[in-house]
Structure formats: structure tokens, C-alpha cells
Design a protein around this ligand. Structure first.
Ligand code: AFD
Ligand code: MN
Ligand code: MN
Length: 397
């Protein structure tokens, strides 16, 4: 039985916990070797909102949905009214806006860092359209990920590309409102194989600082070299006031976008711990956007999302159990074993009984996965979408 003080810590933490769902996580995606299409997969923005709405309805902690500009608002600002109506219908708010400067042919050699000034301008125009979409939807975050880079040594001037990228980000930042934020995401590899123009947290930090006062770094947990200490990066960015948010997922080898916590749950717990330790030490809540970035090729999309959300709640609740007062004292004395045990005891605690208590106090199902399976929603959307998606299979094959 968890002592009352710890139960209160968990409940207090969960009352403030929110994690954003990615619209693209409900649609068919795959690997570069192909997709295994799912009959129930969402294909329209309406279906994505509907599916994401189920996850929020059953878990209570996902009130916003991240939107991918080209895939979800193909007509740009003209689609804003439809998206607003879908939000009302599904009980979700539009979350971060994700520009897409990585799939059009024009971006073959990059977007904001492309050596062709006209391509750079085209990318900037798309990003400015996303800034406008965010203003009209009341979305705060412009979440910027770039595939820009090169595949072979000597084929591009890395220093010039750095300056072009910085210019573009600064120009985009200059058109945001004071309420908007720019989150600069980094990724060491893929699709570029030799260099990526925003490859690591240091580059993202510099770009954000150069872009303007409302730019921050976005940490995607799958975007690091093997063995990198991600929670150390998180602690640095927190201390510098430059941590904007996360894309949570898990990885074994590369940017695998696996279910959060499925490979290394202790790492995700340590990330949450660094944030909560910072918040305790500074007596304030860190202004961080927790987002999920996953899109399963094999698992059922909605079940995988429910699994990720419940895992995130559990790891966050565990992190809420660390006794910061005691830990700070032990760290000062270098009482190594006892300090480490502060984290290990919290991580080892089964927080599920208290989470069940919390969800039921909110009128939510004790077991969201079972509630989803009992709801018949999957059967209904499979019946509605199956034929269309099957046609997609044949056209894809
Ligand atoms: C891919 C990229 C990156 C980006 C996401 C959404 O690796 O993580 O944030 O797509 O555009 O996962
Ligand atoms: Mn990401
Ligand atoms: Mn990624």
C-alpha cells in the first residue's frame, strides 16, 4: 500500500499531466521498406480527430492533437474552419502545427538550407502559412523538424547551409505572435545519411537562440546516437530555459518510433525525474509540451496510442514519488547508494492502483484498453473504412 503522502504526490502530478497525440499516429505509415496497411486506419483529418478523441475520452490526459500541415490541412488556412469544427465534435483542441518541408520533390537538396534561394523561399512560405494556421487555430507551438542534410561527403557547404537555416528560422520567428513558440527539433540521421543540418541538441539550441526569444528545443527521444544520455541533455536545456518539449517514443536501434517505454522505461522515468527535480528546486512548473511521436506499422493504431498514454502516466507518476528534499541532501553528501536508491525505489513502485483511483475519480474507465475493446469502436471504424482501405492496399500493391 502506498503511503498517503506518496498517493497525494501522484494525484497532484496526474492532475497537471497532459500529453499530445500525433494525428499521423492514427494513419497508415510504415518503413522505407513498405507499409502493412490496416483496415481501420484513419485516412482523413475527420477520422484522425475521431480516433484521437477516443484515446482522450478513455484516458483523460490527451486534450490536444498535433497536426501535420500538408497531411491534415492540405489547403492551408482554408482548412482551419473544418479543423475547428472537428475539435468541437471530438473534444480535442488543435495542438502543435508541424510544417512539412521533407516530402515534396522540390526539397530534394533541402528546404530552408537548400542552396537554391527559390527553394528556401518556398519552404519559408510554407512555414509562414503554418504560422498563420497556428494563429487562427489558437495553437501555441510551431514544431519544426527538417530532413535537410546531405548523403555524401563534399557535396554540400555545411557552413553555408547553417547560415541559410538560421536565416529561415529567424524570418519565421519574426512573423509569429508573442503567444506562439517555435520548437526546433534535432535528429542526427535519416533521411540524410552523411550530415543533417540540425543534427543534435547543440545545433538546435544555437538555432533557437539565434531565431528569437520564443524559440526552444524539442527533444525527440528517438533522435539520439546510441548510448547518449538524454536526461543530461534535458537537464542542460532546463537549466538554460531552452527546453520546449518532447516527442516521446522508444527505440532499439534508430528512430524506430516504438511504443514509449517498450525498450527503456527507466530512461523515460529519468527524463521525467529531471523535469520534476527542476520544478521542485525552482518552485515552478516547467513550460514543456509533452507530445507523442509514433506511428505503428504493425500494432493497432488506437491500441498502441492507449498503451503509450498509460505508460507515460505510469512513468510520470513514478517520477512524482522521488523525495527531492532527501535526494538533494544525499547528493550534497555524495551518499551514492542512498541517492541512487531514491530513484530506484520510486521507479520500482507499482503506481497502477493509485492511477486507477485517480482515473475513476475523474469518471474515466479503470482500464482504458479494455474499455476501448468493449466499446465496439474498432469494429465500427473497420466496417466503415475497411473497403476503402482495402482499395488502398490493392492500389498500393
Ligand atoms: C518523423 C521525424 C520527426 C518528426 C516526425 C513528425 O523523424 O520525428 O517530428 O516525423 O513530422 O518521425
Ligand atoms: Mn519527432
Ligand atoms: Mn522521428
Amino acid at each position: 500500500m502506498i503511503p498517503n503522502k506518496q498517493t497525494d504526490s501522484i494525484i497532484h502530478a496526474l492532475n497537471a499531466f497532459q500529453i499530445e497525440l500525433p494525428s499521423w499516429g492514427f494513419a497508415n505509415t510504415g518503413t522505407r521498406f513498405g507499409k502493412f496497411l490496416q483496415p481501420a486506419a484513419a485516412a482523413t483529418i475527420e477520422e484522425k480527430y475521431s480516433d484521437a478523441g477516443q484515446v482522450h475520452r478513455l484516458t483523460g490526459v490527451c486534450p490536444t492533437i498535433a497536426l501535420h500541415a500538408l497531411w491534415d490541412l492540405p489547403n492551408g488556412v482554408q482548412d482551419v474552419a473544418e479543423v475547428q469544427a472537428l475539435g468541437v465534435k471530438s473534444g480535442l483542441r488543435a495542438g502543435s502545427i508541424n510544417p512539412n518541408t521533407f516530402q515534396d520533390q522540390v526539397y530534394k537538396y533541402g528546404s530552408l538550407a537548400n542552396p537554391d534561394a527559390e527553394v528556401r523561399q518556398e519552404a519559408l512560405d510554407h512555414i509562414l502559412n503554418c504560422v498563420e494556421i497556428g494563429k487562427r487555430l489558437g495553437s501555441r507551438d510551431l514544431s519544426m523538424w527538417f530532413a535537410d542534410g546531405s548523403n555524401y561527403p563534399g557535396t554540400q557547404n555545411i557552413r553555408r547551409r547553417r547560415r541559410w537555416m538560421a536565416e529561415g528560422l529567424k524570418a519565421a520567428h519574426g512573423r509569429m505572435t508573442a503567444e506562439q513558440r517555435m520548437l526546433v527539433e534535432y535528429k542526427p540521421f535519416e533521411p540524410a545519411f552523411y550530415h543533417t543540418d540540425i543534427a543534435d541538441w547543440g545545433m538546435a539550441l544555437q538555432y533557437a537562440k539565434d531565431a528569437g526569444p520564443n524559440a526552444r528545443v524539442l527533444v525527440d527521444t528517438g533522435h539520439h546516437y546510441q548510448g547518449q544520455n538524454i536526461e543530461q541533455i534535458v537537464a542542460w536545456l532546463l537549466d538554460l530555459g531552452m527546453l520546449g518539449g518532447f516527442h516521446f517514443n522508444d527505440r532499439r536501434y534508430a528512430d524506430d518510433d516504438l511504443t514509449m517505454g517498450s525498450i527503456d522505461p527507466y530512461q523515460a522515468f529519468r527524463i521525467f525525474h529531471e523535469i520534476r527535480y527542476f520544478e521542485w528546486e525552482n518552485g515552478k512548473t516547467a513550460d514543456i509540451a509533452y507530445m507523442i511521436d509514433q506511428s505503428h506499422n504493425l500494432k493497432g493504431k488506437i491500441e498502441a496510442m492507449i498503451q503509450t498514454v498509460t505508460t507515460a502516466m505510469e512513468l510520470y507518476a513514478k517520477a512524482a514519488l522521488v523525495d527531492h528534499e532527501r535526494l538533494a541532501g544525499l547528493q550534497t553528501k555524495c551518499a551514492l547508494v542512498d541517492a541512487e536508491e531514491c530513484l530506484k525505489n520510486a521507479f520500482a513502485t507499482d503506481v497502477r492502483p493509485v492511477i486507477r483511483e485517480w482515473v475513476q475519480s475523474k469518471g474515466l474507465p479503470a482500464d482504458p484498453m479494455d474499455a476501448f475493446r468493449q466499446s465496439g469502436y474498432l469494429e465500427r471504424i473497420t466496417a466503415d473504412r475497411g473497403q476503402r482501405n482495402a482499395a488502398a492496399v490493392s492500389s498500393y500493391a
